[in-house]
Design a protein around this ligand. Structure first.
Ligand code: M6R
Length: 583
């Protein structure tokens, strides 16, 4: 989704701003632009990549610069709609993340004509109108944000002023402190030369200069904590890998190790989770996309333990009438912790006085800040839009919860995971997977099936596959095939069968026969040989009950390889954003 960065400094502004913009690219975007002051407000914008913007930006003769990567919501990707937006009188320039829900109302109220289709341009002109009256920049910003409905992180330039002003509501915004620079950024990854930062409070506004900053809330100074960035930027760089997605798949063993080690050491957090156990009678797991699939896996674990457990897609949960109350444990799963649908779902949980626990990779995120208990997954930054390592770690977090709820020792789980990691060689799976890309590419239909936890793996595999290969695929439980989708099966159909549960193997074999007798080809992903399969990928020989942690890895790799074979960029699939911050 959109990213914003601002820099103040005496030199190297061009390098710094493009460094930040490049780091924000992973979020997904379709156009980019910068704004600065050089004898008046100047903007440079383009549809396409940051590289393109950089090639048309020859120098920035300014002490301040703001920049933006835009993921189109209000109005298509075009130079006019691209940020920054400049006020009608050309004295205010802004970049904006989020959505102004009442922009049409404000346009009518103030009789403002905008040249773009965006919900942002109106804000620039509104600040200008207020400033012309008040002659006070902070007061004008405060008045404007009190009129805005929706979410916003705003970086604002006033002509003739070498400060960057800001305001935020819901959408994240940080002040960064560098050696001889000050930053404003929507994401800590976008200011790699900052050593410390402030995570700005909701509904705050203020400004930064080269040597100072002020943060206000409702007219009064807001107290803010300055914290160390504490990010290992090497984990956010490619190293020798051609793409982040491949790198992140290869990081899965380490991520599993780091995540379980964290819980074994963190008894305080484990005890807090234990306290929940006695007071709940229902578990609701809520998320979107890949994280939702981790919920489906968790739901099975809770059901096995005798809990009423339901997984809900966040955008549906908000309008569902599923009963929840103070005895409900709501588990919100979000890699980024900034997914708008999941944030809205969390608001509903809190309104109903549920217990809230989140599983997230970003402990400073909005979701983490608003949940009673925060369960981190220790993935390091996940840059590729298609989530891989975070999924495996989210599923591990579900095992951690199962152990805690059953009052079993986490050290035992630790031992199991260590054994698993020793047997998990991603390169061995990669070598097997490559062989089948030609069959995938020649198939007319691709169907993925499985029973029970294997069905969840099929769902996640199918999402991953279509997300980056742009080839349609469908996932369903084995038993459902004969209720409709079997009509698709012919000689040009490839059915990918997840088969990791020994007690269900006979049933799965029946389905394989039904497919083969209609000419369909079968690719089995399993820890056991399957003679009926046309093609086979062997999973590592680990304990059966831990296979859900690894069974999707072959399809993560196949999706990646297919995407690359088709000439697409797996890290930035079309139309998608890493963190979906709009509903
Ligand atoms: O950051 P979140 O886990 O809340 O994101 C949820 C989904 O947007 C995300 O998992 C999405 O489905 C991925 N791109 C899938 O690879």
């Amino acid at each position: 989704m959109c990213g914003l960065v601002g820099v103040i400094g005496d030199d190297n502004l061009r390098d710094e701003i493009f460094l930040g913009l490049h780091k924000l690219e992973y979020r997904g975007y379709d156009s980019a632009g910068i704004g600065y002051i050089d004898g008046g407000i100047c903007t440079i914008k383009c549809v396409g990549g940051v590289d393109k913007l950089q090639s048309i930006t020859h120098a920035i003769n300014s002490k301040v610069c703001i920049a933006h990567t835009r993921w189109a919501t209000h109005g298509g990707p075009s130079v006019i709609n691209c940020h920054p937006h400049v006020s009608a009188g050309k004295s205010v320039c802004i970049v904006h993340n989020g959505i102004i829900e009442n922009c049409d109302y404000l346009k009518n109220k103030y009789n403002i004509n905008c040249v773009s289709d965006t919900d942002t341009e109106i804000v620039a002109t509104l600040i200008e109108i207020k400033y012309l009256r008040t002659k006070d920049k902070l007061q004008s910003i405060n008045e404007v944000i009190n009129e805005l409905k929706g979410s916003f992180a705003l970086a604002i330039l006033f002509d003739g002023d070498n400060s960057i002003y800001f305001a935020r509501n819901i959408s994240p915004l940080l002040i960064g402190f560098g050696k001889d620079k000050m930053y404003l950024c929507s994401d800590v990854l976008g200011m790699p030369n900052a050593s410390k930062y402030i995570d700005l409070p909701n509904l705050s506004y203020g400004y930064i200069t080269l040597s100072d900053y002020k943060v206000y809330h409702n007219g009064s100074i807001a107290n803010c904590n300055i914290v160390d960035v504490g990010i290992d930027y090497t984990s956010a760089s490619l190293g020798d890998y051609p793409h982040y997605m491949l790198k992140e798949i290869y990081e899965i063993p380490k991520v599993l190790k780091d995540t379980i080690s964290y819980y074994v050491k963190n008894t305080k957090l484990v005890n807090r989770i234990k306290e929940c156990v006695h007071r709940i009678n229902k578990v609701v797991l809520i998320a979107c996309g890949t994280s939702y699939h981790a919920c489906l896996m968790g739901e099975k674990f809770f059901n096995e333990m005798g809990y009423l457990a339901y997984s809900c897609i966040a955008s549906e949960f908000v309008y569902d009438s599923i009963p929840i109350d103070k005895n409900t444990l709501c588990i919100l799963v979000s890699q980024s912790g900034e997914t708008a649908d999941t944030i809205s779902a969390l608001a509903k949980c809190k309104k109903a006085h549920c217990k809230t626990l989140c599983i997230t990779n970003v402990v400073s995120s909005t979701i983490a800040k608003n949940c009673k208990i925060v369960m981190p997954i220790k993935c390091g930054p996940e840059i590729a839009v298609a989530s891989t390592k975070a999924y495996n770690a989210q599923v591990l977090a579900m095992y951690v919860l199962q152990y805690i709820f059953k009052n079993k020792k986490l050290s035992t789980l630790h031992t199991h995971i260590n054994k698993l990691i020793k047997l998990l060689d991603v390169s061995v799976i990669e070598k097997q997977s490559i062989k089948y890309i030609k069959h995938i590419l020649s198939a007319k239909n691709i169907i993925m099936i499985g029973k029970n936890a294997d069905y969840v793996s099929a769902l996640e595999a199918s999402l991953k596959f279509k997300e980056i290969s742009y080839i349609s695929s469908t996932a369903l439980p084995c038993g459902e095939l004969k209720h409709g989708t079997l009509a698709l099966v012919d000689e040009d159909t490839l059915v990918i069968v997840f088969d990791t549960i020994s007690k269900l193997r006979d049933k799965t074999s029946n389905i394989i026969s039904q497919i083969k007798s209609r000419g369909g080809k079968i690719l089995v992903i399993s820890n056991k040989e399957n003679n009926a399969a046309n093609y086979m990928i062997a999973l590592p020989n680990i304990k059966e009950r831990f296979l859900p942690l690894v069974s999707v890895i072959p399809m993560q790799l196949i999706s990646y390889k297919t995407c690359v074979a088709c000439g697409y960029n797996p890290d930035k699939p079309r139309n998608l954003a890493k963190s979906v911050t709009v509903e």
